[in-house]
Design a protein around this ligand. Structure first.
Ligand code: MG
Length: 255
């Protein structure tokens, strides 16, 4: 595995013209990485689409759209099935239906292995950050309850910080800016890694120029995440936790 990690890092460094990595902070996506929340989103999207007559939408497709706005997802599906985009009121009605369904589901649990990854990241002197498109008001409290003493509020990027959201690189560029302000020092993309589970999230990390680690916690084929440019892939947060020592030894040594 160390060879595979080394090769991936070398390819990243060559592609960007860096001599070495100098890892300072790890930017974690939240849904599907820190919380096992994607199955709730996927099933409520699926039921909503069926209810409104979008019968060719599958639960698996919901995972492809993770990170897209509700309107974006609805328009892609309507365009495909009916050759036209949805009206604003249609989008509103469908999104409300989806949110109501979602809110009846039990709260998502902490992702297995996530606490282990975060504890090890912190113990190795790398600063853990959250970069999410979510805009829940209680986000910080929920993160602190599930991952005590790991995150700092000034190092979080949420829906309130950004205009475009993933797959635009903006959230991750914002994360780097927040870390710069916190560390009071200039930073470059090779001071960071991104950890993502979704195709659009991987796109955002790669577009920000950051070494992007995919953790495939859902039903998509590995190939889908690798095609978007993921530098490394693990199949679960537990596997990532097991490999962290090797990963960090390469990322701090910089080869
Ligand atoms: Mg995610």
């Amino acid at each position: 595995m160390t060879d595979k990690i080394q090769e991936a890092v070398s390819r990243y460094l060559d592609r960007h013209g860096y001599g070495s990595m100098d890892l300072r902070a790890a930017m974690f996506d939240m849904d599907g990485v820190l919380f096992d929340s994607m199955r709730n989103h996927a099933s409520s999207w699926y039921q909503t689409m069926q209810h409104f007559g979008y019968t060719d939408f599958t639960e698996k497709e919901a995972y492809m759209h993770e990170g897209r706005t509700g309107a974006g997802t609805i328009n892609i599906v309507k365009q495909r099935m009916f050759g036209t985009t949805a009206t604003e009121s249609e989008v509103e009605e469908m999104y409300r239906y989806k949110s109501d369904l979602f809110n009846t589901l039990p709260k998502a649990e902490r992702m297995e292995g996530a606490l282990e990854v975060l504890s090890q990241v912190k113990a190795s002197g790398v600063v853990p950050m959250v970069v999410t498109g979510s805009g829940q008001k209680t986000l910080l409290g929920r993160l602190n309850r599930n991952f005590p003493d790991i995150f700092r509020e000034e190092l979080m990027v949420t829906a309130f910080d950004v205009k475009y959201g993933k797959p635009n690189p903006e959230p991750y560029l914002m994360g780097m800016k927040k870390y710069e302000a916190y560390a009071d020092a200039d930073m470059a993309p090779n001071n960071f890694i991104v950890i993502e589970n979704a195709p659009l999230g991987v796109q955002a990390g790669v577009a920000a120029g950051v070494l992007t680690i995919a953790v495939n916690t859902g039903p998509l084929d590995d190939e889908v995440l690798l095609r978007e440019g993921a530098d490394l892939l693990f199949h679960s947060m537990s596997e990532f936790a097991e490999e962290w020592e090797k990963v960090v030894s390469v990322l701090k040594r910089g080869e």
